[in-house]
Write a protein that binds this ligand. Structure first.
Ligand SMILES: *Cc1c(COP(=O)(O)O)cnc(C)c1O
Length: 396
């Protein structure tokens, strides 16, 4: 059986972009060891008086410290960005039942560039989603946001940054609107949350987005992205602990009596919690800073090299590290097809057509060079008519 599984193992080099986000080998080995040590344990017990609960509390305190927390800001663990966004929107809905009782048919106003989860989760929660256009700078159009707000609006959303464009929505301006209309403001920092603080420290131009913006009530940030933890692990960071009463659902339930879980899930792996603790302790602030520096330098290198390939361009500057690749006068779908036939899996965006390279600290040297060299060859082949535009651009 193990041999059968070995046959399924993908080419580690060319599947790199699909297996993001990873850090350097020392971090990967430590993470695996910690995960394995506790892989039979259950995160189910984390709110009981338990070891996994103590370790989780330490992870969440270290995490919270990165977001310019207020005195009693705090965080909860989730199984990923999707659950983090579900949790924040659920809390916003519960909050609105008190704060906006006139909102009978709650809606939220979401930028065009927001993650598809902001279409999916409102569906589960009985909330209407209003997706509004971006301005030419790929940040949400504030006029369109204000126009979409009505008496049933309960929350505004901004990305910091958006997965698609790696641009930060104008969070302080959204904050002003949230205050004016009495709305919950959620910031989706799933991809950027654990990278932005370090980019800012490196002197990169990071717009204001965290709890320094006083109206921000909740932030979603994925530890399994630039926290470099194993999947599944993400966090919601709450401005203050009294918001948790809108998060927790803990009924007295049938034979169980009291039942209180960290979030949506019951049984869940404890491995990611221990692995995350190990990674944070091992890297420390300086370690994360050094990894951020290598991501930034690699991003700048990749942008320069892609721009030097005739037929391709990096159409905008990512604020963080998701490098967009567009075609100038060849078919990008054909380029994607050529890359796929060589074993590469690259994230795509349908509208506008973009190939997306999310850089992580493990993508140094070999990976980047192999990608660039295959990319150059594929572009030459596309120009020679070898690839048809058959491979659509897809996110998942
Ligand atoms: C990844 C991501 C999500 C969703 O996270 P999952 O872990 O895939 O559920 C949401 N928003 C943004 C900006 C993301 O990058």
């Amino acid at each position: 059986v193990l041999n059968e599984l070995r046959d399924l193992l993908p080419d580690p080099l060319r599947t790199h972009w699909q297996r993001v986000f990873r850090a350097t080998p020392d971090v990967q080995e430590l993470s695996l060891a910690a995960f394995t040590m506790f892989y039979q344990d259950n995160g189910f017990f984390s709110l009981g008086n338990s070891t996994v609960g103590e370790i989780e509390a330490q992870v969440l305190r270290m995490a919270t410290s990165l977001f310019s927390p207020a005195v009693d800001s705090c965080a909860t663990s989730t199984s990923g960005g999707s659950e983090s966004i579900f949790s924040a929107l659920h809390a916003a809905r519960e909050w609105a039942r008190e704060a906006k009782p006139e909102a009978d048919y709650p809606n939220i106003v979401v930028p065009y560039s927001a993650h598809p989860t902001f279409t999916k989760m409102p569906h589960y929660l009985g909330i209407e989603e209003r997706r509004v256009p971006m301005s030419s700078d790929m940040r949400v159009d504030l006029g369109a946001v204000e126009e979409a707000i009505d008496r049933n609006t309960i929350a505004l959303v901004g990305s910091a940054p958006s997965w698609w464009f790696s641009q930060f929505d104008p969070i302080p301006e959204l904050g002003v609107l949230a205050e004016r209309h009495n709305l919950w403001l959620h910031v989706d920092a799933c991809v950027g949350g654990y990278l932005s603080p370090f980019f800012e420290r490196l002197g990169e131009p990071i717009p204001p987005w965290d709890f320094r913006v006083p109206q921000v009530k909740s932030i979603s940030a994925d530890l399994h992205k630039y926290g470099y933890g194993p999947k599944p692990y993400s966090t919601v960071i709450w401005r203050s602990s009294d918001l948790l009463r809108f998060h927790f659902v803990h009924p007295e339930s049938g034979p169980a009596g009291a039942y209180k879980m960290m979030g949506f899930t019951g049984s869940r792996p404890a491995g990611p919690v221990y692995a995350m603790w190990a990674i944070m302790r091992h890297l420390g602030y300086e370690g994360y800073l050094n990894l951020a520096r290598s991501v930034r330098d690699n991003r700048n290198y990749l942008i320069e090299e892609v721009n030097s390939i005739e037929g391709l361009t990096v159409p905008w500057q990512p604020v963080l590290a998701q490098v967009p690749i567009a075609a100038t006068d060849i078919s990008l779908e054909a380029v994607n097809g050529g890359l796929k036939s060589r074993g590469w899996g690259v994230f795509g965006m349908a509208n506008p057509p973009i190939l997306h390279v999310p850089l992580d600290p493990a993508a140094t040297g070999d990976t980047t060079e192999a990608f660039l060299s295959d990319l150059r060859e594929v572009v030459a082949e596309v120009k020679a008519g070898q690839w048809e535009a058959t491979e659509g651009l897809r996110y998942g």
